[in-house]
Design a protein around this ligand. Structure first.
Ligand code: AMP
Length: 528
């Protein structure tokens, strides 16, 4: 038994997995349930609720319940619970800490090191926030690992020939598609593409709107727009969506949803799978376009793909499977524990990093280009604000690259280094990552002072930028990460860590998780 774990910190559900004899297995809760809803709340007496208990109170008390916080990671957004406001990384830390407790109880050992997964398309600040969440929860974060890469690690291919695998990952809040080459035990990501704002939550909202429209048609009255009623409707929509993965029809029943005069109005609506499919088809079309783009980036066609793997809870929707199969007509499409394999892959990678005997090596890539705004020569003459790429998309990470730039005007004293990620030739059309200045450049003619810009993109997909003014042989440098949105200082990190730890210490509810583990019969990869 090791004290390293892999964690899939999902938009909707999270899991924690450990290794036993080199094999990953998912650690369940008291009731043998493997998935922890990524939901945090406070009950009316101010007690912290995590997971299922928070999820259950959502419809009754949405103002005291936080879900899908993953969508806010890396932003300045805050949420209030009880008498305190929380940053997204603190809410995520509560989920991680709850998973940590779960693992420590069953492993009967402290769990200190973790690999945590993120969508391949997460930006630098979203990755940083995830790493901070891990640290606040009391982990040493060994690596922030791309989810599709983690999933591919679980597929143990016997063939010694290399295979090209397409990983299609559609979860609650994000979508990724990656082309991965697996040769024996080496996994190399060749290309990755996606949308970090597309997933099952969007399908729920489409269905919620549809139910509200049909309620209006039937009763001539709008569904009340208060948070509690809308939360009930959203939960009903998600349940209907899940039922439609199994059945051709389902009935949504929500009694006393509204009233008209003295009369209570109930929602009772039949939905056919086909109606639901028509609602989500446009969103799914986007995912097929992303497949083509990833193939294109990997210089491949569908014929080059040996198999496709479906990952993420939303791939249980039959239409998703059909569309992917039709899009890749000659490729076998398979799925293995779509909710669990990302966490299991993270555990494998944690084993590799901590020196356990695990039979896999991972080569990962940067899913986007990184560079700075610069004046560039064009057929129309020099144009400022162009995007100069320093690390091209799909470079194998970790990677360090330097590029020399020159001052653009006579006697230029200041160089502003603005860092972006993206693919647009116009710098400002890409995602800004931060900026800093080098001042006190000696007065010289335009082009006479060279400035070296150095990018370090580490194994976590986190970027550090250094700029050095070479003119006088002296070095001036700054780290771009220090200036970014949504980040916590190390003092704030410590404060958060203490605050979250004390929330847990005051929590009899979670301590109950420590009991009776010996009675649970758990085998590697067991499902709920
Ligand atoms: P994940 O982020 O991989 O945990 O996926 C969570 C998403 O999968 C949520 O939007 C769930 O509603 C959705 N989901 C889980 N099970 C099913 C199912 N059987 N059919 C359709 N969607 C599902």
């Amino acid at each position: 038994m090791g004290n390293v774990v892999g964690i899939d910190l999902g938009t909707t559900n999270s899991i924690i997995a450990a290794l036993e004899d080199g094999q990953p297995w998912v650690i369940p809760d008291d009731d043998g349930v493997l998935l922890l809803p990524s939901c945090v709340g406070m009950d009316d007496s101010g007690q912290l609720l995590v997971g299922q208990s928070a999820w259950r109170q959502y419809a009754a008390a949405p103002e005291r319940t936080v879900k899908s916080i993953k969508r806010q990671m890396g932003t300045d957004h805050t949420v209030t619970l009880g008498d305190r406001t929380y940053r997204p990384q603190e809410i995520s830390a509560i989920i991680l800490r709850s998973l940590k407790q779960r693992a420590e109880a069953i492993l009967e050992d402290e769990v200190t090191q973790a690999v945590i997964t993120v969508p391949a398309y997460f930006t630098d600040s979203q990755r940083q926030a995830t790493k901070e969440a891990g640290e606040i929860a009391g982990f040493e974060v060994l690596q922030i690992l791309n989810e599709p890469t983690a999933a591919a690690l679980v597929f143990d291919l016997d063939s010694e020939d290399s295979e090209n695998v397409l990983v299609y990952d559609l979860g609650g809040g994000t979508f990724d598609v990656s082309i991965v080459e697996i040769t024996g035990s080496v996994t190399e990501v060749l290309a990755s593409h996606g949308n970090n704002r597309l997933g099952g939550d969007d399908f729920d909202r489409q269905l919620q709107r549809n139910l509200a429209d049909r309620f209006l048609q039937i009763h001539g009255t709008e569904v009340p727009n208060d948070a509690a009623t809308q939360a009930r409707l959203l939960q009903a929509a998600e349940q209907a969506k899940i039922a439609l993965s199994e059945h051709g029809f389902t009935t949504v029943r929500e009694p006393f949803l509204a009233s008209k005069g003295e009369t209570a109005l109930h929602l009772e609506i039949d939905i056919a799978r086909e109606d639901f499919e028509n609602l989500i088809k446009p969103l799914l079309k986007e995912t097929l376009e992303a497949i083509d783009r990833a193939l294109n980036d990997a210089d491949m066609t569908a014929d080059d793909i040996n198999r496709a793997i479906l990952v993420g809870g939303s791939t249980r929707i039959p239409l998703v499977q059909h569309l992917v199969e039709n899009h890749l007509p000659d490729t076998p499409v398979s799925s293995f524990e779509p909710d669990l394999c990302v966490g299991m892959g993270a555990a494998l990678q944690a084993g590799v990093l901590s020196g356990e005997a695990v039979d896999s090596i991972l080569v990962d890539v940067s899913p986007y280009s990184l560079g700075i705004a610069a004046v560039m020569d064009t057929p129309m003459g020099p144009v400022s604000g162009m995007f100069s790429t320093i690390i091209p998309r799909n470079s194998v990470i970790p990677i360090s690259r330097s590029q020399i730039y020159h001052t653009a005007s006579n006697d230029q004293e200041i160089v502003e280094v603005e860092v972006f990620q993206g693919e647009n030739p116009i710098a400002k059309e890409n995602v800004p990552l931060g900026s800093f200045r080098i001042e006190g450049i000696p007065p010289k003619p335009a082009g006479a002072v060279p400035v070296e810009v150095h990018f370090d993109f580490d194994i976590n997909g986190i970027l550090t930028v250094t700029a050095t003014e070479k003119g006088k042989g002296q070095q001036q440098s700054l780290v771009v990460n220090d200036t970014k949105t949504g980040r916590l200082s190390s003092h704030e990190l410590h404060q958060s860590r203490d605050a979250i730890a004390s929330l847990f210490n005051a929590l009899p509810l979670l301590e109950a998780e420590n009991e009776a583990w010996n009675d649970v019969d758990v085998t590697p990869g067991e499902e709920e």
